[in-house]
Design a protein around this ligand. Sequence first.
Ligand SMILES: [Zn+2]
Length: 276
Amino acid sequence: MINAVLIALLIVFAAIYWRKEALWRYYWQRKYQSAVLSEQQRQLLLRAMPIYKAMTDADREKLERHICWFLGEKRFLGRDGLQVNEAMQLIVAADACLLMLNKPWPLFPNVKEILLYPSAYYANVTQRDVAGLVSYHQVIREGESWPGGTLVLSWRDVLEGNRLPGDGHNLVFHEFAHQLDQVTGQTNGTPQLLTKKAYQRWAQVFSRAFNKLKSHVAYNMPHVMHSYGATNEAEFFAVATETFIEKPHEMRQFDAELFNILKDYYEFDPSQWQRW
Ligand SMILES: [Zn+2]
């Protein structure tokens, strides 16, 4: 009798585990089914985020549902005395959710908390040289993405990234793109893809485009992406993401293959939004 009960319990737990994503989605659908942004929040986004203003009504509606989910599921913490208010959370959430516009919940499942500094901050860095000697120093940073699920952002730079929507630089897009990259357990410029063929296409397009940017930077030739993207493959993906959203027409002209692979990955086409 006890054995039969144990087996039944085991089957129930296995079924719950097997269907856990579907169960979570059901829970979130109920929790956020009537969640909408207030008129005040919409007005704030219209003023602070030109991309939100440029989007189609249908995309804006999807984004708003994601923002409600994000604000309910992620934790924000202030650093260096910054009091994180609702407006700050709203703008960071809106930028982050834009990357996941057509993806299902959970968005950025590894991200648990977002730390906000008032402006660029000092970060401790440990470095080991070729001889194995370890040195410690401090560097000034605007943001960081930790594989463990923490995002660190300078609030001043978050605002600046939104204020200039066509300059190809947005700190939140950049750091959250790193999170997408880190989902695989590595930070190498390749996010999680669905098929072996998709990985092959990614490797081919990205290594060619990365080398193209490196040579354009090295020879002072014009390039549409920020030169920081030539640092390594991980930075290339993060900078390519910023450029894809903020300078879609220029990116398509500069490298149509790179633009198309990002369009397929993110599942939206920012060139369709009315430019500011
Ligand atoms: Zn980076």
